[in-house]
Design a protein around this ligand. Structure first.
Ligand code: PLP
Ligand code: COI
Length: 361
């Protein structure tokens, strides 16, 4: 069709068709982990000691007071979870109750208004239902990422908690966080940067933690690493976590993951520990000293966005040491088994015997 004709026919399409045309242009299989505009988000405001009604909005913007505590003092936290399209055409949400719980532990720590479970659930179900066409198709490898956000919206100039809050949830279809997907990546250990202090906010999902780690992450990215493998900031001795994902190592039929007060308790990691146990493995949550990396048969990063990202090399910059895995270039057998099992549960290919899945629609 000549270019002008295509242009004219697009112009004459009705609104629904135009949208369909736009949808047909989404390359589901090659989606990055990024923001793509969807139709709706949901919001509710906390004022005078209670949450208001849940509003559906098609605006990508929020109105903020110039003295909002979120803007000045980082009184803000977020969550991340995913919904998946099954072979049966049903949309499945993974472990939302754990995210609701973690959102409230963030709220508590930052002295923000907590969100009742029913409100959290209502908000995520509503936003998914109104953006159904953005749930990537079964088999595409992509999913619908759900981002709840809680911000101190009330004005304060003194350093104290706001009296008003905004809770919103938006969604966006995403591909894998590490662009390699389920392919081995390289990680950088550096002692020049800290992400979170032992008695700080590393264990909650406060935006400030990500700001604190951004410079180190950018340096790692610009040098070809998928992420920084942060060490505990007090002793610089133990593995903490891999940027926006937890760390795990496999050896002697054992799944080992760090115990630390400054890492985010990952819901994916928690799920993998359960699955590993069911596969007959032992599970250890304990300190992992850097030299122990030498003894692992496999290592990986895990999280909602990262799913499982197998690690090929960990470079310890200051000690001029490289730990190598995946010698044939492929993910190890245990990481592969865990990855497949997790994905099968999330998409509904395997029956959920754990109560981890909520059918949304
Ligand atoms: N660690 C950090 C710092 C994260 O941002 C995330 C992502 O949420 C994770 C770990 C993984 O947690 P989850 O599996 O609950 O997504
Ligand atoms: C997630 O995995 O949900 C995250 O929040 C990671 C994000 C910081 C990119």
């Amino acid at each position: 069709m000549p270019l002008r004709l295509i242009f004219l026919s697009l112009e004459t399409l009705n609104f629904t068709h135009k949208k369909l045309y736009i949808m047909n242009t989404i390359d589901w299989k090659n989606l990055p982990f990024g923001y793509l505009k969807t139709d709706y988000n949901v919001r509710t405001y906390y004022k005078n000691g209670r949450w208001g009604s849940l509003e559906l909005s098609s605006s990508e913007y929020i109105n903020m007071h110039i003295a909002a505590t979120a803007l000045h003092y980082g009184q803000e936290a977020f969550e991340g979870m995913k919904a998946f399209m099954g072979k049966d055409g049903k949309i499945r949400l993974f472990r939302w109750e754990e995210n609701a719980k973690r959102m409230n532990s963030s709220a508590k720590k930052l002295l923000m208004a907590e969100i009742p479970n029913e409100l959290f659930k209502k908000a995520i179900i509503k936003v998914i239902k109104h953006n159904k066409k953005f749930v990537p198709p079964y088999g595409s490898g992509a999913s619908l990422y759900i981002r709840p956000l809680l911000v101190g919206s009330g004005a304060q100039v003194g350093v104290k908690p706001a009296k008003e809050y905004l809770f919103l949830v938006f969604v966006t279809p995403v591909g894998p966080y590490f662009k390699e997907g389920f392919k081995p990546v390289n990680m950088l250990i550096t002692r020049k940067y800290d992400r979170a202090a032992p008695l700080g906010t590393g264990h909650i999902k406060a935006g400030g933690n990500y700001a604190a780690g951004m410079e180190a992450m950018e340096i790692a990215h610009s040098n070809g690493y998928a992420s920084v493998l942060f060490l505990d900031s007090k002793e610089k001795k133990y593995i903490d976590e891999c940027g926006p994902a937890n760390f795990f190592g496999i050896k002697n039929n054992t799944y080992v993951t760090p115990k630390s007060s400054s890492i985010l308790p990952s819901i994916t990691n928690m799920s993998l520990m359960t699955l590993a146990k069911e596969m007959g493995m032992s599970v250890e949550k304990r300190h992992i000293e850097v030299p122990e990396l030498e003894s692992f048969e496999e290592t990986g990063a895990c999280g909602t966005a990262a799913v499982i990202s197998p690690i090929k090399k960990i470079i310890d910059e200051e000690n001029n040491k490289t730990y190598k895995y995946c010698s044939d270039g492929n993910p190890g057998p245990v990481s592969t088994k865990l990855y497949k099992k997790l994905q099968a549960l999330q998409t509904g290919d395997e029956k959920d015997n754990y109560g981890w899945i909520e059918i949304v629609d």
